[in-house]
Design a protein around this ligand. Structure first.
Ligand code: HEC
Ligand code: HEC
Length: 382
């Protein structure tokens, strides 16, 4: 989808970072809220049993995604439990608009998670605490009790007012609000890649990277920017490399997804589990198989790729965009490596609502695929 996204309110907050220090420091509550969000984000005592924090799966050194790339999905605090989806980066997600249906474009936009089921960062931050395959607390009360016992508990009254941890529901809201405030800081959206420097006229890209950029943007070639925009917005906003819309790319089922072997309690369908994505959340077949367009910023650090981690390599991912509709179907479920070796692609996990307008037969040469990959490697925040 080609549509310019205006970051709006968040840019105001972010642009504070460029104001004189005195102006920023004047808002001491904001700063204290962010500090509180930071300790909560890294606190491994907030799972049940203790041992897992947000940062376990969203580590700063791995662009706030899971540093354990050995499996397509992440391990819970109970190490035999796995979720069904690949951990996305939490970076730049502060720019995702509140989940909504755009009546003009006639599609869903924004929200958090691959399927948009949390409207905002605040809503999202509450989920992992209570998810049995993640931090596994039995209730909100259990989380709040842990926070009441923490060394930083008194900070809540300072930030949210007296008695901030008294009511369980209000306390849980405050916990989520503090985490979301931390996720809105420049640490999560530094815009500090070689590509940003180049856009600002301050750095160089190699010839191959520039060729890759051109192919990436060319509507008759990669056409990647149609969903992962790469140019500044109308007010000079830096590109986010996602437009926060939803699409079904026809990603194959991932036979290596440990979720299929999970206890019936967590996956009642076993090997028959099908991830409907957005369709499952909004309960509409017309949205089945669609997942939120992820940002490509820091893509070199966030493998594996796609909602189910099917792809382990960027090259394989681009090859799939290039000739999904040209290679013959593989026999059965095969991995990315086997599909590449056999010259086939497995059938889409969900064939309805497949995007065939913007991908599937791009006609890129091997060299052009390499060039696009080289361009994507310029998107690491340094
Ligand atoms: C066990 C690993 C794990 C832990 C712990 C975890 N997350 Fe996540 N996170 C995930 C996965 C997996 C998803 C995607 C799930 C989905 O889309 O259904 C996700 C999604 C997100 C997203 C949405 C990103 C996007 O692209 O839409 C944000 C933001 C986020 N997590 C923040 C947090 C915060 C804050 C915490 C702590 C309260 C946390 N996570 C704890 C694995 C984890
Ligand atoms: C029609 C919209 C659309 C176009 C065009 C598009 N993408 Fe995507 N891209 C998506 C969606 C949606 C996903 C997630 C799909 C999923 O997980 O099932 C995605 C995922 C990816 C991922 C994996 C990201 C991650 O964090 O897992 C990469 C890499 C990627 N795209 C690169 C590209 C490149 C390179 C091009 C151009 C050759 C391109 N995309 C064109 C919509 C698009």
């Amino acid at each position: 989808m080609k549509k310019t996204f205006t970051p709006g309110r968040l840019m105001l907050i972010l642009s504070c970072a460029t104001l004189p220090l005195a102006v920023v420091a004047a808002d001491a509550t904001l700063d204290a809220k962010v500090q509180l969000g930071r300790v909560l984000f890294f606190d491994t005592s907030l799972s049940e049993p203790a041992g897992q924090s947000c940062a376990t799966c969203h580590a700063p050194g791995a662009a706030f995604t899971d540093p354990d790339t050995a499996r397509p999905t992440s391990k819970g605090v109970h190490p035999e439990r796995f979720g069904n989806r690949n951990t996305p980066s939490a970076m730049y997600m502060a720019f995702s608009p509140k989940f909504h249906f755009d009546p003009e474009e006639k599609h869903y936009v924004g929200g958090q998670f691959w399927d948009g089921r949390s409207a905002t960062l605040e809503d999202q931050a509450k989920e992992p605490f209570l998810n049995p395959v993640e931090m596994a607390n039995p209730s909100k009360r259990a989380v709040v009790e842990k926070v009441r016992r923490a060394a930083y508990a008194d900070q809540f009254d300072a930030v949210f007012g007296k008695g901030a941890l008294v009511s369980v529901n209000r306390a849980f809201d405050h916990i989520a609000a503090a985490i979301a405030a931390f996720e809105r800081t420049p640490e999560f959206q530094p815009f500090a890649s070689r590509y940003d420097a180049w856009l600002a006229g301050k750095g160089q890209l190699s010839e191959q990277e520039l060729r890759g950029l051109q192919l990436y943007e060319d509507e008759k070639k990669g056409n990647c920017a149609a969903c992962h925009p790469s140019q500044r917005g109308p007010k000079g906003e830096p590109p986010l490399f996602t437009d926060f819309t939803y699409d079904n790319l026809g990603v194959p089922r991932n036979p290596e997804n440990p979720f299929y072997g999970q206890d019936k309690k967590f996956n009642p369908q076993g090997a028959k589990f099908v991830d409907r994505g957005l369709g499952g959340f909004v309960k509409q077949r017309a949205e089945d198989g669609k997942f939120k367009v992820p940002t490509l910023r820091n893509i070199a650090k966030t493998a594996p790729y796609m909602h189910n981690g099917y792809f382990k390599t960027l090259r394989g991912t681009v090859a799939f965009y290039n000739d999904r509709d040209i290679r013959p179907a593989c026999k059965g479920d095969v991995s990315e490596a086997d599909a590449l070796a056999q010259g086939c692609w497995p059938k889409p996990e969900i064939s309805r609502n497949l995007n065939t307008d913007e991908m599937g037969k791009l006609g890129l040469s091997e060299q052009e695929i390499d060039d696009i990959v080289a361009f994507m490697l310029t998107l690491n925040d340094e």
